[in-house]
Design a protein around this ligand. Structure first.
Ligand code: GLY
Ligand code: MN
Ligand code: MN
Length: 467
């Protein structure tokens, strides 16, 4: 009987853990994440503990959640992609067992997994993520840790808009336990600053493994931009162009987009974060597409602006060429040692001079009316990635270079310029004496865009029933 019971228990366990097949083979390795924890630990002060939580789940509609997206810092340090988890990192080894990290994960539950997907659980976190000390979230309360004995507790901003679920061991529950154990009533700014400084300095420099994923996400996003350049015409909707990007991203294995795609024609291209993508056709307007994939957590951020009918008008070309020249001038200073703020300054100087020459402004300060955003940001796990924006460029940083000019209708200039919105955005890796443009495979010169637009796209031949 005992043997029978053991066999039964074994069968249940096995039937619960049949793992997923045919997964990508180029996920970041557990050694990568372990290495990042080691690097984090090296930057921690003596006698400190860092506490990192997963991101909350968010409602999409009534009882349906948005697809879950992990907190990039949690992913960076663990590879864990599920909700309701907390990581403790210690500067010094703890207890008689001498552990220096503990991960609390979501408990395995066959019933829940059948509804909402597989869970790694304690065993999976050990075997797949390489942790030695792992517990279920419901063990956090009883876990013998005296947070008050540490000189510093390092943590990020704590979300304040959560409601707990019945289990008590979801993120809300874990946060309550942490705050009560650590005696936190109001967030400590210094703790959050320290967390931010450590993660900034780690994540602003990409490791070779990250560089490989960044190359991939940017390259496949360029394929999508190029295909839309070939496929687009005055009768295409913004949403369909958006869909072509999404299809190509998935075709090459990207799980998602790194941010809500901006696909806007004419006046819509003058709205910086336009996301409705709802115009049913583009007519003979400029189409601004700011779309980048997320591949294994890493985001591309590429913008191309193209004439929907394949040919720039004189006015469109004049604005486009000015944005192009601003980008070229910024590229010239992209190398180790340049203050990051100089990229913005340089692009602003070029655009101001160009707008004066075109008679659109008379005072260089007014360039801000038509170029209201910054030129560059770090790129990686977050599209606006972590890093020290007051520092200088360093080898293996990845940043965008994205000047733009946007002239909405009723602007105080000749109306021939109205409804022209242009942004050109590339993703560059910094080298010692120069840079590499990771998005060079998508054309930026107006002549090259017009030439590519003449080619046929496979999407032009797709036939679907009328409905
Ligand atoms: N796609 C958002 C940005 O360019 O910053
Ligand atoms: Mn950007
Ligand atoms: Mn962008």
């Amino acid at each position: 009987m005992k043997q029978f019971l053991l066999l039964f228990a074994f069968l249940i366990t096995v039937s619960q853990v049949h793992s997923q097949e045919n997964l990508p083979t180029d996920y970041l390795s557990k050694e990568f994440h372990k290495g990042r924890r080691e690097a984090f630990r090296n930057l921690m002060p003596a006698n400190s503990v860092a506490v990192i939580f997963s991101y909350p789940e968010r409602v999409f509609s009534k009882d349906i959640n948005y697809n879950y997206h992990q907190n990039p810092d949690m992913f960076y340090l663990t590879g864990y992609k599920e909700a309701d988890a907390v990581l403790l990192l210690f500067k010094e080894a703890q207890g008689t067992e001498k552990y220096n990290e503990v991960l609390f994960v979501r408990e395995r539950n066959a019933g829940k997994e059948m509804w909402t997907g597989r869970r790694l659980g304690v065993e999976g976190a050990k075997s797949k993520l390489g942790f030695s000390t792992v517990y279920n979230g419901n063990d956090f309360n009883a876990f013998g840790i005296d947070f008050k004995k540490f000189d510093k507790i390092i943590y990020d901003k704590i979300p304040t808009d959560l409601e707990g679920n019945k289990s008590g061991f979801d993120l809300f529950g874990l946060l309550q336990i942490f705050k009560s154990k650590a005696g936190i009533t109001t967030e400590n700014e210094a703790s959050i600053d320290l967390f931010t400084n450590i993660t900034n300095s780690l994540r602003e420099i990409k490791t070779p493994e990250e560089m490989e994923l960044m190359r991939k996400t940017v390259k496949l996003s360029c394929v999508a931009h190029n295909e839309v350049m070939k496929a687009v015409g005055p009768d295409m909707s913004e949403n369909e162009a958006d869909g072509i990007h999404a299809y190509i991203h998935r075709k090459y294995g990207a799980e998602d987009e790194g941010y809500p795609p901006i696909v806007g024609a004419g006046a819509n291209g003058c709205i910086l974060h336009y996301g409705e993508n709802s115009a049913t056709k583009m007519d003979n307007q400029l189409l601004l597409m700011d779309v980048g994939s997320e591949y294994h957590g890493y985001s591309a951020d590429v913008t191309r602006t193209i004439p929907a009918n394949g040919k720039f008008t004189e006015e469109q070309k004049a604005i486009y060429q000015l944005v192009y020249e601003a980008q070229e001038e910024v590229f010239k200073i992209c190398k180790e040692g340049t203050p990051i703020q100089d990229l913005n300054k340089r692009s602003r100087e070029v655009i101001a001079a160009g707008l004066i020459k075109l008679g659109i402004i008379t005072d260089p300060k007014d360039a801000r009316i038509y170029y209201p955003h910054g030129c560059s940001h770090f790129l990686g796990l977050d599209v606006h990635d972590k890093g020290n924006y007051m520092g200088t460029l360093k080898e293996n940083m990845i940043l965008t270079v994205e000047p733009g000019i946007y002239i909405p209708a009723n602007s105080k200039c000749d109306k021939k310029w109205w409804n022209i919105g242009v942004r050109i955005e590339d993703d560059i890796a910094i080298k010692k004496d120069s840079y590499e443009n990771l998005s060079a495979e998508s054309p930026r010169k107006w002549q090259d865009i017009e030439a590519l637009a003449k080619q046929k796209s496979t999407f032009n031949d797709m036939k679907f029933p009328k409905i």
